[in-house]
Design a protein. Sequence first.
Length: 94
Amino acid sequence: MSDYFHTESWKIIAQNDLPFLPTPHEVYEAAFTYLDTIFPLNHRRMIDLGAGDGRVIIHAAEKYVMITVGIEINLELISTAQAHIKDKKLEHKC
C-alpha cells in the first residue's frame, strides 16, 4: 500500500479498486429534509466527495437551489454526471 500513490497510474488502479455504490434516493432525500429543518438549505453551497454519477449534487441543485461541486475519481462516472447535469441544464449550479 505504501507504493500505491507513487505509481503513475494510481488513479486508474483506484477506479478498479473502489466500487460505485449509489446512494438510494430515499436516503439522500431524508438527509436533505432533516438538514433543511436545522438550517434552510436554499442558496447554500455543497461539496460531495465521491460524487459518483452526480445524483446528490443534482438533487441539491434542483430542489434547494444550491451551488454544488462533485468530486469524483472515476472518469466514467464523471462523464455520466456531466451528461446528467447537461441534460437538466444545471451547468451553472453544478
